[in-house]
Design a protein around this ligand. Structure first.
Ligand code: COA
Length: 628
């Protein structure tokens, strides 16, 4: 309940009319269908303070001992008392919500992405592995790459004429803003904060080129003719052949600088830009529609799938393809020489689902398109984008190579296909597949560690204008009770089943509340940032070790479904944690687990085995139901 003054403040504030988002430079939608849809979207609500505090206490309960929990309860009560600090911060936050399109969007963009100073590689940018294709050798690589480019341009037509089908969650239409920040977008490093530039619909620059990387060299390749007609597949193919011919010998891997820590890269970027031709090359990369990386052959070893996942996440290290990248580019597609394809994407403009929609379209196109299409007019020659280096830049490249190689060696990636069953099984049990998988993961973790851990699952808030995600906290009082019971042979199956259902229902309820804008994590962040922006001390609630524990996500998870057998992979968000991304299909499950080799506590292979066993145990348990 808000204090009287707070209520008065909120009442007198006027709701501002809708306008296009201002914090992505250039991302202005021209009038059209999309704009009309966006304008009618509801705004992200500010949840009630008492509700968030109550849910926060429940969320941290399984992570704390009794004494810690009592301390946190006192802090929460103090913060939330009528007329207290929580009340006044809540009122200010509600004011912000009335004055903006989204009280969260720019805060989130900065906090989660642009102010983040570690490398985007491994820590921010996911890799997506598409089903391997049936080609081998350079000619097959170029033919497929040409088809891929044609398929992506085919999708871009829908972006340009604002006809991308509007995503739905149940009956609700979702915010489509992210779709319009994918093409012709790039992150630009700064010494303290980065920015994102988008030369999309509505911007006064209309790029007609992509950038192709081969042997660490970059080329601007026009993919539209002078009448803005996309080039035919055979012409794109011919362009790619020229690129490969012009880059027979490898160059200094200037692109590897984009894998640096952001402050370091920000400084070098400034230095690079001082040279006129470097500036022009950077400009061409930033404005390009997307990047296409034609990779060198990769020795696969015994674990082909894992090797491809590494290639897509970071290029495999400086000896392989990491210099053949520009990690700041929002969309960076890769085509290997042995059928491996996929992309790496810079996360700040968008979540996985819009990118999967684009990839699914490309895959549809490639599986249907004729190999050779009619030729149109002769395009401009591919243009080499040169980089002039000096001793300082060469030294920076050496440092970046060493730094990335250490990180690459440290990353363990375990892609798995679970063949025993898919989401059809939980559905047949009248259970939400997503909640079922999340509880199976809780069980898998508990089997290994005998304790739960703070767990992050992305829940989409795209039901609201400019919505992105909030956290579904999958570790709960109920999930812990279920895990304990499963590890206790004295608990009868009937009781275990009841606890499983309670844990799944609890997760589903939390997920539904989160996607309805009633999550707690972004709200708490908003209250904390409101205090900071008001010049106040950070409230004790946020200095509490319980808050730190609640944000130490040893399990960072996300569902990214696709109609193809693609899977997404990303790194752990804490040194002693796991990344876990899954694509549940009807009769099997695809997932990828990541961990750091340097952590003595984590092992992706062990977690994968434990998850396999947990999924089998849960099916076994539910099959006893019929016999009870
Ligand atoms: N009985 C039978 N079927 C059920 C069921 C039940 N009790 N509950 C759900 N189902 C069905 C659904 O109808 C749906 O059917 P479909 O496969 O025919 O579409 C399917 O099971 C999946 O539903 P569910 O598993 O509950 O998950 P969801 O699709 O609603 O997704 C979230 C849940 C949280 C993952 C989703 O809302 C979300 O937020 N996704 C975005 C995450 C994101 O942004 N990730 C990217 C980060 S980079």
């Amino acid at each position: 309940m808000l204090s009287r003054t707070a209520r008065a403040m909120v009442k007198t504030a006027k709701q501002q009319p809708w306008k296009a988002p201002e914090f992505f430079r250039g991302a202005i939608l021209p009038p059209g269908r999309m704009l009309a849809h966006q304008a009618s979207m509801p705004r992200l609500p500010v949840p009630a303070l008492s509700q968030t505090l109550e849910k926060y206490l429940r969320a941290v309960r399984p992570l704390l001992d009794d004494e810690e929990f009592q301390h946190t309860t006192q802090l929460v009560e103090e913060f939330g008392k009528p007329g207290g600090l929580g009340d006044s911060l809540q009122a200010k936050l509600q004011m912000r919500a009335l004055e903006r399109q989204s009280w969260l969007a720019d805060w989130w963009l900065h906090t989660a992405y642009l102010d983040f100073r570690m490398s985007v590689v491994l820590h921010v940018s996911p890799g997506i592995v598409c089903p391997p294709q049936n080609f081998n050798g350079q000619e097959g690589q170029l033919k497929f790459a040409a088809q891929m480019v044609a398929g992506l341009l085919d999708y871009k037509v829908q972006i340009d004429n604002q006809s991308v089908p509007i995503d739905k969650l149940g009956k609700n239409s979702l915010c489509m803003d992210q779709y319009y920040k994918l093409f012709s977008a790039c992150r630009i490093p700064g010494e303290r904060r980065d920015q994102v530039v988008v030369y999309g619909p509505g911007s006064n620059v209309r790029p007609r080129h992509i950038v192709v990387a081969h042997n660490n060299k970059f080329f601007a390749v026009d993919v539209y003719d002078e009448n803005w007609k996309p080039l035919s597949q055979d012409l794109i193919h011919a362009q790619l052949q020229k690129v490969v011919y012009y880059s027979r010998y490898p160059s200094e891997p200037v692109g590897i600088l984009t894998s640096e820590n952001r402050n370091t890269w920000g400084k070098i970027y400034k230095l690079l830009k001082k040279d006129k031709s470097n500036k022009a090359s950077l400009d061409a990369i930033n404005k390009s529609i997307f990047m296409l990386c034609l990779d060198q052959e990769v020795p696969r070893g015994d674990h082909r799938k894992s090797s491809i996942a590494h290639q897509l996440m970071h290029g495999g290290g400086s000896e392989l393809n990491s210099g053949n990248r520009w990690f700041d580019k929002t969309l960076q597609f890769t085509v290997g020489t042995d059928g491996a394809i996929g992309l790496t994407y810079e996360h700040s403009p968008a979540e996985g689902p819009p990118i999967i929609a684009l990839l699914d379209h490309m895959m549809d196109y490639c599986s249907q398109a004729p190999e050779v299409q009619e030729t149109t007019v002769e395009p401009k020659e591919p243009e080499r984008l040169p980089f002039t280096t000096n001793d300082k830049i060469l030294e920076a490249i050496d440092n970046a190579k060493r730094g990335l190689d250490v990180q690459v060696k440290d990353l363990q990636l375990k892609p798995v296909t679970f063949h025993e069953y898919g989401k059809g099984f939980p559905k047949s049990q009248k259970m939400s597949p997503d909640s079922y998988i999340q509880i199976a993961l809780q069980l898998a973790y508990y089997k290994l560690y005998k304790v739960p851990c703070a767990t992050y699952e992305s829940g989409s808030t795209r039901m609201f204008h400019l919505g992105r995600t909030d956290t579904i906290r999958s570790a709960s009082v109920e999930s812990l009770e279920f895990c304990k019971a499963m590890e206790d042979s004295g608990v009868p199956p009937g009781e275990k089943i009841a606890l499983l259902k309670r844990a799944i229902d609890g997760h589903k309820k939390y997920a539904q509340e989160t996607v309805s804008g009633q999550g707690i994590d972004r709200h708490l962040l908003g209250l904390k940032l409101t205090a900071i922006e008001s010049g106040l001390n950070v409230p004790d609630l946020f200095m509490d070790s319980a808050y730190e524990e609640a944000l130490h996500f040893k399990l960072s998870t996300s569902q990214v479904p696709s109609k193809y057998d693609s899977f997404l992979c990303f790194g752990p968000v804490v040194p002693d944690g796991y990344g876990f991304c899954y694509n549940p299909r009807e009769d099997h499950l695809n997932f990828c687990i990541s961990a750091f080799n340097s952590s003595p506590e984590t092992d992706a292979d062990k977690l994968a085995d434990s998850l396999h066993q947990s999924l089998l145990d849960m099916r076994e348990l539910l099959s006893t139901q019929a016999k009870l």
